[in-house]
Design a protein around this ligand. Structure first.
Ligand code: HDE
Length: 713
C-alpha cells in the first residue's frame, strides 16, 4: 500500500482549516482574507512603515515565535507512523489488551533520535540512538521510550544532569557539537566507573548505525507485566530489525556528516515513501522472581544487560512503519513521550534510573510545549476518550460541559474514573502490590557495585572486527582529549576491562600503560577504585555472541541497499542494464552516476538517464559500487579524480566493488593487487560473477579486507 493511502492517528485532525491550499486565498489567523502579502503598509511608497499594519504585525509576530525549545537530550530525530501487530498473545503474563487480544493491531508513532547533538546536528554522530514508541492502545497511551543499546551510562537518575552536561558541548565555547570526543565527557567517564559498560557499547559500531531501519531497540530499564490474577513478572522489551543490524565505519560516518547530515532521516523517509516499510520483531524477556535471585547482577541496575543466551526472547509481535508524518513540527517535534504513560498490565520496576525518569519527562513537556495540556495535541491524544477533572490551563481545547468538576460529586458529572471503569468491566491501572520497606537512605545497593564484569564480557563477545573497531574508537575519542591526566586516568578503567585493549590504546595515545598489565593489573585497578570489587580473571566461557552486531546481521538479502554505478560516455549499456535489472529484482536500487545530468550515451549508442553527478553524491552515501564496463567510459573515469575517490573510499570502507567487463586491469592494477583474495572486489566476466557481487553486497561489508590491511601495517 502506498503511504498516502494510510492515515495515522488523528491525521484528519492535523489538517485543520488553517492549512493553505492553492485554490484558496490567504487569510489571517482570524480568517480575514488578505489582499497583499508582499508589501507593508507605508505612508507613501518611499515613506515610513505604519504602526497600524496589523497584517504585518500578525505575520511577523507568529514567525518570531515559531521556535520551541529543543529537547534537552534527543533533540535531533525523525518520526514515522505505523502499526504494531500482535501474533502471539501473552495473557499468562499481562492483562494489557494490545498484548493479549489475538491478532490485535495497534497504531503507533515512533521517533528515532541521536542524544547529544542539537536539533540541526548530523545524524552520523557517534552516539546512542533513541527508539521511542507511542502506542495508541484502546486502553490509553503506552510509551516505550527506549534506545538502540540495552544498557545505560548511570545507575541513578540524580547523575543524569552531570552525565549530560559532560557529554554536551563544553560550556565555555559550545564546542564540540554532537560528539563525546572531548575532555569533559572523558573526565566524567574516568571518574564514574559505572559508565564502563555503556562506554564499551558507545565505542562499538552500535553507535554508528547504517540506518534507523537497521538498529535493535531496547526498553533498557526493567519493567513489570501483571496478569489478570494480579501476578507479576519482570520484563525487558526488545525490537529486532528484519533487515538485520548494520553499521557504517567511523571514517565513513564522519564523511557522511559533511556530505549528507540528514542521511538517517532521509533514509527512513525515502524507504517509507517507496513502500519499503521497515519491520521489527518485538519480543519480551520474561524474568521470574526466582530467576532474578539467581543472577550475579541486579536487574534493577540499568548498566546491566541480560543476554538472550541467558534468558531467551519470546517474539510475539511485529512493528511496521508505513506512513511518514504529514508535518514534522506538528508530529515529530511535538510528540511527547513519557515512561509514565502506562496501560493496565504494565508497571515499573524499582530501577532507580527509571524511577527518576518518571519524575523528569513531564517537566520537559511543560517547558517545551508550554502547557500542561500537551496531551491535547493531535499526535499526543489517546484514542480513548479522557474523563477527569483536570481543568483549564494554557491552550485548553476541551469544552467540559458537565456540572461537576470535582470528585466526589452527586451532581451530574463523569463519576469516579476508577470506579466507573471497574463498573463497566474495563481494566483500570493498578500498581503491582509488591511489598516495599526500608530505611530512608541515600545509598546504592551492594548488588550494584560490579561495574566491570559486563564491560569485559561485552568486549570478549565481539568478533575480531568488533574488537578492532572498539580499539580504534577509544584511540580516536581519547585522542581528542587534550588533558593528558584524563587520558591517563581512563586507562585505569580500560585496564580492568581488558589489559590488552588498554595496552593497544595506551600505546597509540602515548600515555603510560598502567603498571603490571598481567598479574598486578587487578591490584592496580583495586587501588584506583578502592571501593569496587576485584574481578576474577577473564573466563573464556563467559561470552555471549548476541552482544555483537554480526550475530544480528541479515546476510541473505540486499533489499533496500543502494548501489552506485559509475559511468561516462561510451559505457557498456547492455552490461549496465543487466546489472541494474538484477539488482532491482533482488530489491536493491542502482543509481547511475556521471559527470553531468541528462542522458548518457553508451558505446552502442543506447542511452541511460543519469541519476546523480559525482558532485551531488558520494561513495559514502551508497552501500556498494559498480564501475560500469566499456573502455571509453573507463578511460574517462580513470582521469576523473572525483570518480577515483569513489573507488578509493568504497575500498577503504570495505564495500563490495564490481568492475565491469573490459574495464579494469589496465586502469586499476592497484585494486586488483590489493584485492587479491578479496572476494568483495569482483570482475564481472562471467554470469556467476554477478551472483558473487550480490552475495558480497548482502554481506554488507568485507571485514576481512580491513583486518588484512591492519596486519600489513
Ligand atoms: Fe530520557 N529524557 N532520560 N532516557 N529519553 C528525554 O524527554 C531522562 C534515559 C530517552 O523522541 C527527555 O521529551 C532522565 C534512558 C529517549 O522525544 C528528558 C534520565 C533512556 C528520549 C529525559 C533519562 C532514555 C528521551 C528530553 C535518567 C533509554 C527521546 C526530551 C534518569 C531507556 C524521546 C524529552 C523523544 C528524552 C530525561 C535516561 C531514552 C529530559 C532524567 C535510560 C528515547 O525528559
Amino acid at each position: 500500500m502506498k503511504q498516502n493511502d494510510k492515515k495515522g492517528p488523528d491525521s484528519k485532525k492535523v489538517k485543520t482549516s488553517s492549512v493553505t491550499n492553492n485554490d484558496q486565498g490567504l487569510t489571517t489567523n482570524q480568517g480575514l482574507p488578505i489582499q497583499d502579502d508582499f508589501n507593508t503598509l507605508r505612508a507613501g511608497s518611499r515613506g515610513p512603515s505604519l504602526l497600524e499594519d496589523f497584517l504585518f504585525r500578525e505575520k511577523i509576530f507568529h514567525f518570531d515565535h515559531e521556535r520551541i525549545p529543543e529537547r534537552v537530550v534527543h533533540a535531533r530525530g525523525a518520526g514515522a507512523h505505523g502499526v504494531f501487530k500482535l501474533h502471539t498473545p501473552i495473557p499468562e503474563f499481562t492483562r494489557a489488551g494490545f498484548l493479549t487480544e489475538p491478532n490485535k493491531e495497534t497504531e503507533v508513532f515512533v521517533r528515532f533520535s541521536t542524544v547529544v547533538g542539537s536539533r540541526g546536528s548530523t545524524d552520523l554522530a557517534r552516539d546512542v540512538r533513541g527508539f521511542a514508541i507511542k502506542f495508541y492502545t484502546d486502553e490509553g497511551i503506552f510509551d516505550l521510550v527506549g534506545n538502540n543499546m540495552p544498557v545505560f551510562f548511570i545507575q541513578d537518575a540524580i547523575n543524569f544532569p552531570d552525565l549530560v552536561h559532560s557529554l554536551k558541548p563544553e560550556q565555555r565555547n559550545e564546542i564540540p557539537q554532537a560528539a563525546s570526543a572531548h575532555n569533559t565527557f572523558w573526565d566524567f567517564a574516568s571518574l564514574m566507573p559505572e559508565t564502563a559498560h555503556m562506554v564499551m557499547w558507545l565505542m562499538s559500531d552500535r553507535a554508528i548505525p547504517r540506518s534507523y531501519r537497521m538498529m535493535q531497540g531496547f526498553g533498557v530499564n526493567t519493567f513489570k507485566l501483571i496478569n489478570n490474577e494480579g501476578k507479576s513478572v519482570f520484563v525487558k522489551f526488545h525490537f529486532r530489525p528484519q533487515l538485520g543490524v548494520h553499521s557504517v565505519v567511523w571514517d565513513e560516518a564522519q564523511k557522511i556528516s559533511g556530505k549528507n547530515p540528514d542521511f538517517h532521516r532521509e533514509d527512513l523517509w525515502d524507504a517509507i515513501e517507496a513502500g519499503n516499510y521497515p519491520i521489527w520483531d518485538f519480543g519480551v524477556q520474561i524474568i521470574t522472581a526466582e530467576q532474578e535471585a539467581a543472577f550475579e547482577f541486579d536487574i534493577l541496575d540499568a548498566t546491566k544487560v541480560i543476554p538472550e543466551e541467558m534468558v531467551p526472547i519470546r517474539y510475539i509481535a511485529t512493528l511496521e512503519l508505513n506512513k511518514n508524518p504529514d508535518n514534522f513540527f506538528a508530529e515529530t517535534e511535538q510528540v511527547a513521550f513519557h515512561p509514565g504513560h502506562l496501560v493496565p498490565g504494565i508497571d515499573f520496576s524499582d530501577d532507580p534510573l527509571l524511577q527518576g525518569r518518571l519524575f523528569s519527562y513531564i517537566d520537559t513537556q511543560l517547558s517545551r510545549l508550554g502547557s500542561p495540556n500537551f496531551h491535547e495535541l493531535p499526535i499526543n491524544r489517546p484514542k480513548k476518550t479522557i474523563h477527569n477533572f483536570r481543568r483549564d490551563g494554557m491552550m485548553r481545547h476541551e469544552l467540559p460541559q458537565e456540572e461537576a468538576n470535582y470528585n466526589p460529586h452527586s451532581v451530574p458529572g463523569s463519576g469516579c474514573p476508577y470506579l466507573s471503569a471497574m463498573m463497566q468491566g474495563e481494566p483500570a491501572f493498578e500498581s503491582d502490590a509488591a511489598p516495599s520497606t526500608g530505611e530512608k537512605v541515600r545509598r546504592r545497593s551492594e548488588t550494584f557495585a560490579d561495574h566491570f564484569t559486563q564491560a569485559r564480557t561485552f568486549y570478549h563477545s565481539q568478533t575480531d572486527i568488533g574488537k578492532k573497531h572498539i580499539q580504534d574508537a577509544f584511540s580516536f575519542e581519547l585522542g581528542k582529549v587534550t588533558r593528558e591526566e584524563v587520558r591517563q586516568r581512563y586507562m585505569g578503567i580500560l585496564v580492568v576491562i581488558d589489559s590488552n585493549l588498554a595496552r593497544i590504546v595506551a600505546d597509540r595515545l602515548g600515555v603510560l600503560v598502567p603498571q603490571g598489565l598481567s598479574d598486578e593489573t587487578l591490584q592496580t585497578a583495586a587501588q584506583i577504585f578502592e571501593n569496587y570489587p576485584v574481578l576474577p580473571d577473564y573466563d573464556a566461557e563467559n561470552v555471549y555472541p548476541s552482544l555483537s552486531i554480526e550475530y544480528h546481521c541479515d546476510y541473505d538479502s540486499i533489499k533496500t541497499r543502494k548501489v552506485a554505478a559509475l559511468a561516462e560516455e561510451g559505457f557498456d549499456f547492455e552490461e549496465f542494464q543487466q546489472v541494474k535489472m538484477r539488482m532491482e529484482k533482488e530489491g536493491a536500487e542502482l543509481f547511475l552516476i556521471s559527470s553531468k545530468f541528462g542522458e548518457l550515451r553508451g558505446e552502442d549508442g543506447q542511452t541511460a538517464k543519469v541519476d546523480y553527478t559525482f558532485l551531488t553524491m558520494d561513495s559514502v552515501l551508497f552501500d556498494a559500487l559498480y564501475v560500469v564496463g566499456g573502455k571509453e567510459s573507463r578511460a574517462r573515469l580513470y582521469l576523473n579524480i572525483t570518480a577515483q575517490a569513489y573507488i578509493d573510499d568504497s575500498f577503504k570502507h570495505n564495500k563490495a566493488i564490481a568492475f565491469g567487463h573490459r574495464s579494469t586491469e589496465e586502469y586499476d592494477p592497484m585494486y586488483m593487487t590489493l584485492a587479491d583474495g578479496d572476494t568483495a572486489v569482483i570482475l564481472l566476466e562471467e554470469e556467476s560473477d554477478l551472483d558473487t557481487f550480490i552475495q558480497s553486497v548482502a554481506m554488507h561489508r568485507n571485514w576481512s579486507r580491513e583486518l588484512r590491511q591492519d596486519q600489513m601495517l
